[in-house]
Design a protein around this ligand. Structure first.
Ligand code: URP
Ligand code: ZN
Ligand code: ZN
Ligand code: ZN
Length: 469
């Protein structure tokens, strides 16, 4: 057999092993792993580079309707462009069901927005904001069967939050269908109480976003979500965990034998609440929920990644420009309450985790691959097609130059936003080539593919629910 592509001379890393090995690719898939592959139409020299499974960013927001006058800065073209340049080959954005709308209809719209626009592969989680009888009884089971096998629910935000009974009802559907529930765990009433206190005393600057959502707000909701999942008897993903106390709730649940999966994100490793305390509105660039915390929280998030309390590492890419369409609306300037929540990061996720994690000895190379690719694939029903380097898997591969140093600027990321919260960070290690299903889509900081190469991926059930369904 003549191979299409051979990646030669590199060091292959999976979640389990690091090995010197060539990779042979045919028809978009990995068909051969061997010491010395010579017969191929195209040879990619990977000497001195790591050969990694392409990153899977399982928590991304793109083209999501936001508040009045607010526009998300990325569409599927720009969002997947930044992903590709950052070494990520699959993203999982959210389809947001607005109240009163059919989920099927909403999904159709997201498909239409993504169709023909993507540089990397895409699959969708659903956000359930209106758990009607029709949705729970008919639509969700059918959608899960069609490959939409995960949904996110919110415990806060006026337009999104579900009460505990609604959460249990959604969890029951997950239990019965094998879908996986992801939860945004913050206590809605506590945030409202604190926000009103801040505003009443004139504390409206962006930095008060952090004080309006302190750690107990997240810890309480995390514990409650875990308890509800235990009662409904279903696995649960706690997304974007920001601090030690919330992490301890997850660890406690795991030690008890509950199937609770933790995710943390870039911002919780490298930002703190102090970043929200900039001149004028500068702090708005860091407004996301949960907010970045303090040094001990960062340390806890590293511990969580290292010890397995967190098996998922995502960007929670949620881009709003630092202008009047995003962070600087007239309302946002009157109070942190109206600043859209979310920060960009799909392109910076892998370099920051590698530089701060692997290079600084906080996590191993194998853990880096596990939390950025293999575990997301397993958790969200894409494994073993995605998330590893193995015979039969899609040839989604990132070549990593572990020595390359850059001082990060927004220009390096090429998303649709106009800033990066990580501006000026000194980074060691950078993706120099990204391949999606055997085709090089980015090389040395430039896109080389054509948009539309990325396809939609229906998903199997999660590895966490499959055995139960
Ligand atoms: O502030 C954040 N994280 N915005 C994105 C939406 C979400 O809650 O994940
Ligand atoms: Zn492309
Ligand atoms: Zn969230
Ligand atoms: Zn999010």
């Amino acid at each position: 057999m003549i191979l299409d592509v051979a990646i030669r001379g590199g060091t292959v890393v999976t979640a389990a092993d690091t090995m010197r090995c060539d990779v042979g690719i045919k028809d978009g898939r990995i068909v051969l792993l061997a010491e010395d592959i010579t017969e191929a139409n195209e040879v990619i020299d990977a000497a001195g580079k790591y050969v990694l499974p392409g990153g899977i960013d399982a928590h991304v927001h793109i083209s999501q309707p936001s508040g009045e006058g607010i526009v998300m800065a990325d569409d599927f073209e720009t969002g997947t462009r930044s992903a590709a340049l950052g070494g990520t080959t699959t993203i999982l954005p959210f389809c947001l069901q607005e109240k009163g709308r059919s989920m099927r209809e909403v999904l159709k719209e997201y498909h239409a927005k993504a169709e023909g626009e993507c540089h990397v592969d895409v699959s969708f989680h659903m956000i359930i904001s209106d758990p009607t009888e029709q949705l729970l009884g008919q639509d969700l089971p059918a959608l899960v069967a069609d490959g939409y096998t995960s949904f996110k629910i919110f415990m806060t935000y006026d337009d999104l939050r579900l009460n505990d009974r609604q959460i249990l009802d959604v969890m029951a559907v997950a239990r019965d269908t094998g879908a996986l529930v992801m939860v945004h765990a913050e206590n809605y009433d506590a945030i409202r109480f604190l926000t009103e206190q801040m505003e009443a005393s004139g504390r409206t600057a962006p930095k008060y976003h952090a004080t309006s959502r302190p750690i107990p707000v997240e810890r309480e909701a995390t514990h409650r979500a875990i308890s509800l999942a235990e009662i409904a008897d279903t696995p649960l993903v706690i997304v974007h965990v920001s601090n030690r106390e919330a992490m301890e709730q997850i660890r406690w649940a795991q030690n008890k034998g509950l199937n609770v999966i933790g995710e943390t994100c870039t911002q919780y490793l490298v930002l703190t609440a102090d970043d929200l305390d900039g001149l004028g509105m500068e702090g708005a660039k860091y407004v996301c929920s949960p907010p970045p915390r303090d040094r001990d929280s960062q340390k806890a998030c590293w511990e969580g990644l290292k010890t397995g309390a967190f098996t998922l590492f995502s960007s929670d890419h949620c881009p709003y420009r630092y202008d009047e369409t995003g962070k600087l609306t007239p309302e946002g300037k009157t109070s942190f309450r109206w600043v859209p929540n979310g920060i960009p990061g799909v392109g910076a996720r892998l370099p920051i985790l590698f530089s701060e994690g692997v290079v600084k000895g906080r996590i191993t190379m194998e853990t880096f691959v596990a939390v950025t690719a293999t575990n997301p694939a397993k958790t969200y029903g894409l494994y073993p097609r995605k998330g590893t380097i193995a015979v039969g898997a899609d040839a989604d591969i990132t070549l990593w130059d572990a020595d390359k140093r850059i001082s990060l600027t927004h220009n390096d990321l090429q998303d649709g936003c106009d800033y990066t919260p990580y501006e000026g960070m000194e980074i060691t290690g950078w993706p120099v080539l990204t391949m999606v299903r055997g085709k090089v889509v980015a090389r040395e900081g430039a896109l080389v593919g054509t948009k539309g190469h990325g396809v939609y991926l229906p998903r199997e059930l999660s590895a966490h629910t499959r055995a139960l369904a």
